[in-house]
Design a binder for this molecule. Structure first.
Ligand code: COA
Ligand code: MG
Length: 301
């Protein structure tokens, strides 16, 4: 993927019906807030959230935002989604998170709605991005490969979720005896990772539920990043620092990446070089360039 300035490490969920939590979002240090209208908001509170969230965004117009402001709407096939979109788009969200997305065709439908709502609000065409939660229905994992060739210009990333998928398939657990994801969820996660890279967008790791366990979060983030995820969902402000730090290249990684690039420069034209007694070929150079691009993007924050 190309790591631009818009690349997101941490995306913090904030329940959209809570003025107190919305106010806390400003200082959380997240690359993005996800102002939630879906599952963290009870049906009786949906209407209130639909007023609070656009008001919050309107008070923080693009250019005056300390974090990107995304909105998680309700599922597209349910009773709330169109009213959600009609309420929030004029306040210029940086993007819409689409839960329980069945696949690229549904994201395309959302994109058409956004075309119309952007035009109505006088926003630049295509300015609102989309991040589907791409594994929350039984159909969804089978559609993941389709994101790469669906021509979805608004697609900024793919993320995955285990809890709704469990509910969708009648599973009473998604963890094995050691507390690791069972095969179904590991498979959904891996396919999301591959699909995001195939579509050249961000691969966003799912949330870490134990928000008091900072060491566990950091270890889990380290592994996710080593596997190719570039950012993560947060559910509590205390998780933001650990996520940001885990997904930012360290000084040692940057130093190593520079040395890899230099080794290839010295051996101009060579497909393979040696460094510190180890063989390096083109994939190592690609990886080193990705580390340097990420580092440059984040140091401009
Ligand atoms: N965004 C902004 N502020 C938050 C927050 C969040 N996601 N989670 C907690 N806070 C605030 C609390 O309001 C509290 O503020 P205070 O110090 O002014 O009282 C402070 O941070 C510390 O919170 P804490 O007491 O540790 O947690 P809590 O019991 O208030 O809340 C949760 C725990 C899980 C309910 C809460 O973190 C939350 O709502 N998370 C988001 C859930 C969500 O959106 N889920 C949808 C995706 S699955
Ligand atoms: Mg959910």
């Amino acid at each position: 993927m190309t790591l631009g300035l818009g690349t997101l490490r941490s995306m913090l969920f904030v329940p959209g019906d809570s003025p107190k939590k919305l106010a806390k979002g400003d200082g959380a240090g997240a690359d993005a807030l996800i102002l939630d209208l879906e599952d963290s908001v009870a049906p009786s509170q949906k209407a209130q959230a639909r007023e609070l969230v656009p008001a919050y965004m309107a008070e923080r117009p693009p250019g005056a935002r300390s974090s990107q402001l995304w909105v998680r709407i309700n599922p597209l096939d349910g009773e709330y989604a169109l009213a959600d979109l009609a309420a929030v788009v004029a306040a210029s969200p940086d993007g819409i998170m689409l839960p329980k997305a069945d696949g690229p065709a549904e994201v395309q439908r959302l994109s058409y709605y956004l075309d119309a709502l952007e035009a109505q609000a006088g926003l630049a065409a295509g300015s609102v991005g989309i991040l589907p939660v791409a594994t929350e229905t039984a159909k969804a994992p089978f559609q993941l490969g389709g994101y790469a060739d669906a021509g979805l210009a608004r697609l900024r990333g793919l993320t995955w979720g285990a809890e709704d998928l469990s509910a969708a398939i009648g599973a009473s657990t998604n963890l094995d005896a050691r507390g690791e994801w069972t095969l179904t969820y590991r498979m959904a996660r891996s396919l999301t990772l591959l699909a995001a890279h195939a579509a050249r967008v961000q691969a966003i790791e799912t949330l870490y539920v134990d928000y008091a366990d900072d060491a566990g979060l950091r270890e889990s983030c380290r592994r996710a990043r080593e596997e190719g995820f570039t950012g993560r969902i947060a559910i509590h402000p205390a998780q933001v620092a650990g996520i940001n730090e885990s997904f930012t290249p360290s000084a040692a990684e940057i130093d190593h990446a520079r040395r890899v690039v230099e080794a290839f420069e010295r051996a101009a034209g060579a497909g393979v070089v040696g460094l510190d007694g180890k063989m390096l070929d083109r994939p190592h150079l690609t990886q080193a360039n990705a580390v340097l691009a990420a580092s440059a993007a984040y140091s401009r924050r």
